[in-house]
Write a protein that binds this ligand. Structure first.
Ligand code: NAD
Ligand code: ZN
Length: 344
């Protein structure tokens, strides 16, 4: 089968012919129809320090996808050939304390699809049946392809109640924009998003109907709070940039008792913050990794069915053979989600 392979320990990604993945009795084999490009894929392409110490080469990469079941193992009874499905990108151990308690997103032995094991940028992918999510009828194919990052957004945005609250999102990347849209949908009063990139601020307004999209170098959060008539500060913060300045601004802009969920991955050396603000203002910080299995997936589906519209978050749709153009768009920063079509 054709696949996009990290074939060598150097910058790049290559189209190769590789054997179809083998199936075990508990596995599901999926014909891939569409994939999303994640920032992680870009790190792997660029072969940065993280990729060098993490990715075994050669490896078929990619983890955001939708497809159709092509075959099921002999133990699999509740999925059928032809079902439209996506895969949860974290394969958990199933045996640790958290897994056994049903808190599978907290498994300490998580394997990443397209990171530690063969991924979805291929004609076929095989996953354990416990990693399969069957889509309801009526879920748009391209949106189904980005359920993985959409799930990051939902997990982060709903980590704390947002109904009636003022929400600050730092970073208007695709996930920040989806999180802003979710916070809106879930009943937040004001949703303010920050980004340095004007393309992305504009996209946040169009795709998520945020109250304000600001450049933090030009407008301070204090100014926005004043303009919007907010009493004290933001109630909920969603850190989606991985940028230390953005996080510092957020810490300073929260009301007392404010709650922050953090998805963005910072560089540890840059992340110095004023801890006294966390303590005296009694802030709650919560790290978010992946999606809750499968409560997040359930909520994603229900929000789409109740009117959440993510169609504008996808800005590029390309045949998979034009993946270089897709990676270029991601690299430029002037994109939302980039979706590759694998249907023919
Ligand atoms: P992205 O890189 O596309 O978006 C980050 C955005 O932050 C960019 O638009 C950038 O311009 C903006 N930014 C940079 N400096 C800023 C500043 N000072 N103030 C405001 N905005 C600033 O990333 P994404 O795909 O949307 O993902 C968001 C973050 O979540 C990334 O850090 C990514 O690594 C991380 N992530 C974490 C998980 C997890 O499970 N924890 C999963 C996926 C992604
Ligand atoms: Zn486990």
């Amino acid at each position: 089968m054709k696949a996009l392979v990290k074939a060598r320990a150097e910058r790049g990604l290559w189209i190769e012919d590789v054997p179809e993945p083998e199936m075990g009795i508990n596995d599901v084999k999926i014909r891939v129809l569409a994939t999303g490009i994640c920032g992680t894929d870009l790190h792997i392409y660029e072969w940065d320090a993280w990729a060098q110490k993490t990715i075994p080469v050669p490896l078929v990469i990619g983890h955001e996808f939708v497809g159709e079941i092509a075959a099921v193992g002999s133990n699999v009874t509740d999925f059928h050939v032809g079902d439209r499905v996506s895969g949860e990108g974290h394969v958990v151990c199933g045996r640790c304390r958290n897994c056994l308690a049903g808190r599978r997103h907290l498994c300490a032995h998580t394997q990443g699809v397209g990171v530690n094991r063969a991924g979805a940028f291929a004609e076929y992918i095989v996953l354990p049946m416990t990693n399969i999510w069957r889509h309801d009828h009526g879920i748009d194919l391209d949106v189904a392809a980005i359920f993985d990052p959409f799930g990051n957004a939902v997990h982060t945005a709903l980590a704390f109640p947002v109904l009636g609250e003022d929400v600050l999102v730092t970073g208007a990347g695709p996930i920040g924009i989806m999180a802003a849209a979710v916070a809106r949908h879930a009943g937040a009063r004001h949703v303010v998003i920050t980004d340095l990139n004007p393309y992305r601020r504009e996209l946040a307004v169009k795709a998520a109907h945020v109250t304000r999209a600001i450049d933090p170098r030009e407008t301070t959060l204090e100014q926005v709070q004043h303009e919007l008539g907010m009493q004290e500060g933001f109630d909920v913060g969603l850190e989606m940039s991985g940028n230390a300045n953005a996080f510092r601004d957020m810490i300073g802009a929260m009301s007392h008792g404010g709650k922050i969920s953090m998805l963005g991955i910072p560089s540890p050396s840059e992340m110095s913050i004023d801890w006294s603000k966390v303590i005296f203002n009694q802030l709650t910080l919560r790290g978010i990794y992946g999606r809750e299995m499968y409560e997040t997936w359930y909520k994603m589906t229900v929000m789409l069915q109740s009117g959440l519209d993510l169609s504008k978050v996808i800005t590029h749709r390309l045949p998979w053979t034009e993946f270089e153009t897709g990676f270029d768009a991601m690299r430029s920063g002037n994109s939302g989600k980039v979706v590759l079509d694998w249907s023919n």
